[in-house]
Design a binder for this molecule. Structure first.
Ligand code: CA
Length: 223
């Protein structure tokens, strides 16, 4: 899951980036409204965290532009404490939720999870594909009765596959969502991670869930 943070206060941006990365989200930070608009309109994100008061272009105007371009990515707006008008204007402009500064990081995380659930079909914090289960709050995976230990990146990969069950994902799409940099398609990093993940998920089970689609990418299958 990849998140765009549009925030000009460096301290807040850094705090958000670090905290979200610890939760295995890939994070990109834009530090003004223009940069934010470029990122939001040219790259794919699963969620945007948007500050309102930004240099060069304010958050409301950015939000209006992306919604006018039919970009439906969930937006969590950050507002100053007293600005009820901002909240109303933000929600009316297409924000999905807002959080008042200063906020507790735990609350931000809960709102992020709620918005990501809203975007997908799966409404539960527990994702299930066949006998594979993933607890997206505790970050624990289980196949049948067997607990699966995952590294941060493996967790991020598995969550992404489980939210896109039966959908073939190309290496490019996978790397865009899981790694926050322009991916060198000459490397086999994605394949290496997927091989590790696959052996953890499928080894010892007759039914193989994580399958290679030759020449295209990978798919997690529930049937
Ligand atoms: Ca600001």
């Amino acid at each position: 899951m990849k998140i765009l943070v549009v925030e000009d206060e460096q301290k807040v941006a850094k705090f958000l980036q670090q905290g979200l990365e610890e939760e295995h989200y890939a994070v990109k930070v834009a530090s003004d409204g223009e940069q934010g608009t470029v990122s939001a309109t040219t790259e794919t994100f699963d969620l945007i965290i948007l500050d309102i008061f930004l240099p060069k272009r304010d958050g409301i105007s950015l939000l209006k532009e992306i919604r006018s371009k039919q970009i439906t990515t969930p937006v969590l707006m950050l507002t100053a404490k007293s600005s009820v008008d901002n909240k109303i204007e933000g929600l009316d402009s297409g924000a999905d939720d807002y959080l008042t500064k200063p906020f507790a990081f735990a609350e931000l995380l809960a709102r992020v999870r709620a918005l990501l659930r809203r975007g997908g079909v799966e409404k539960s914090t527990m994702l299930k594909v066949a006998d594979l289960q993933l607890d997206t709050v505790a970050h624990k995976a289980k196949r049948g009765e067997k607990l699966i230990e995952l590294t941060g990146k493996e967790y991020a990969l598995l969550e992404y596959f489980m939210r896109n069950v039966n959908r073939v994902l190309t290496r490019t799409i996978i790397s865009e969502h899981i790694w926050n940099y322009n991916f060198d398609t000459g490397t086999n990093v994605v394949d290496v991670y997927i091989n590790h993940l696959r052996s953890k998920v499928d080894d010892g089970f007759e039914k193989k869930l994580l399958q290679t689609v030759r020449g295209v990418g990978y798919v997690l299958k529930d049937e």
